[in-house]
Design a protein around this ligand. Structure first.
Ligand code: NAD
Ligand code: TYD
Length: 353
């Protein structure tokens, strides 16, 4: 079948990217989806084994900061659209290695913008650059209030500063060169395939291994959690129906203080593992706080709700239960990503390339 669009999805071997790639490959057989990923520690092709043989899917192994390589693939595949998720994404790593975040998140985004601009030479009809940002660019809320599209930028971590900077470049290319972009700012995601360094999968992994659950500070930090499939649905909607040069905030209407969330997680884990109630909670250990720790994130998702009809489809109880079940049924995935063995998969699978 002739394809109506060639779409580049960056970071498709990562957590959210894998859900987006899967959705687009399965739902849109008239698109060809190119998944470009450097396969850092966070990228894992095992996340996509169910769709890798589809004829509208191709994997491209490359680095978004490599302008020569990026220019080559843009010329070769003439992408009509880019959905850009590739990033260094973990706040704690950004505190120990900020430069790596500047390189991938800022420079990498600019390299993609340049290649897209060079390919289309300002003939933008039907083209789109969709930049996936985060709510963390807005900094921290106090006890009340919500982030919305007009909230001023106020990033506090090297991660959020690098994402904020990349957002500004996307917007600047829109203003200066007319690049048709959309940007979304989503709250904390959770669900299958999340690397066990982020709160929920790390704590599931540690409970399974009877290891301490390291709660930063007093645990009274608040996040707004969204099931990853609902984020992928939002991305699909914004990609197809969002307005050029607009931004949308996306959240779960689902705020939890870390310590309360951890207690619910512990309870569900005890039930699912048939352990005596209270077993997992005993693993909670308060540890030194994260420097510059943002107190609270929470999203007002009214715009995407009113304009595009988006709402989360999964309640937190359902989402958390599904997530725990997925990790319990995929212990092999968990131990392989924890040990780094997953990188062997790529070598075996793509030995001939
Ligand atoms: P992730 O860390 O799980 O995945 C990132 C992917 O990008 C990996 O597959 C990695 O190999 C790839 N990558 C990293 N550097 C690369 C490079 N130089 N070239 C090519 N590929 C590279 O991240 P995630 O949690 O799936 O987040 C995806 C996007 O969504 C990021 O832009 C992040 O800022 C944003 N976001 C994440 C959340 C969240 O809760 N996880 C919330 C809002 C926004
Ligand atoms: P995280 O999953 O790293 O996401 P983000 O920092 O992007 O919000 O952390 C979520 C919350 O959990 C955040 O307030 C930090 C806290 N946290 C812990 O208390 N202990 C941990 O080991 C981790 C990874 C996070």
């Amino acid at each position: 079948m002739t394809k109506t669009k060639n779409i580049l999805i960056t970071g498709g071997a990562g957590f959210i990217g894998a859900h987006v790639v899967r959705r687009f490959v399965i739902k849109y057989s008239d698109y060809h989806i190119y998944n470009l990923d450097a396969l850092t520690y966070a990228g894992n092709l095992e996340n996509l084994t169910d769709i890798e043989a589809k004829d509208n899917y191709s994997f491209l192994h490359g680095d978004i900061t490599d302008q020569a390589y990026i220019n080559t693939i843009f010329k070769q595949y003439k992408f009509d659209a880019v959905i850009h998720l590739a990033a260094e994404s973990h706040v704690d790593r950004s505190i120990t290695d900020p430069l790596a975040f500047a390189k991938t998140n800022i420079l990498g985004t600019m390299v993609l913008l340049n290649a897209f601009k060079a390919l289309h030479k300002n003939n933008w009809a039907g083209k789109r650059f969709y930049h996936i940002s985060t709510d963390e660019v807005y900094g921290s809320l106090g006890e009340s209030g919500l982030f919305e599209e007009s909230t001023p930028y106020d990033p506090n971590s090297p991660y959020s500063a690098s994402k904020a900077s990349s957002d500004h470049f996307v917007r600047a290319y829109g203003e200066t060169y007319g690049l048709p972009y959309v940007i979304t700012h989503c709250s904390n995601n959770y669900g299958p395939y999340q690397f066990p360094e982020k709160l929920i999968p790390l704590f599931i992994n540690n409970i399974l291994d009877d290891k301490p659950l390291p709660v930063y500070g007093d645990g009274n930090y608040t996040r707004d959690w969204l099931y990853v499939v609902d984020h992928a649905i939002a991305i699909d909607l914004v990609f197809h129906k969002g307005e050029n040069h607009e931004t949308y905030t996306i959240g779960g209407f689902n705020e939890w203080k870390n310590i309360d969330l951890v207690k619910v997680l512990c309870k569900q884990m005890d039930e699912k593992l048939n352990r005596v109630s209270g077993t997992s909670e005993k693993l909670i250990t308060y540890v030194k706080d994260r420097p510059g720790h943002d107190l609270r994130y929470a999203i007002d998702a009214a715009k995407i709700n009113k304009e595009l009809g988006w709402n989360p489809t999964v309640t937190f109880e359902e989402g958390l239960s599904k997530t725990i079940d997925w990790y319990l049924n995929n212990k092999q995935w968990l131990s392989s990503v924890s040990s780094g063995n997953y990188q062997d998969y790529y070598k075996k699978q793509y030995a001939k390339l």
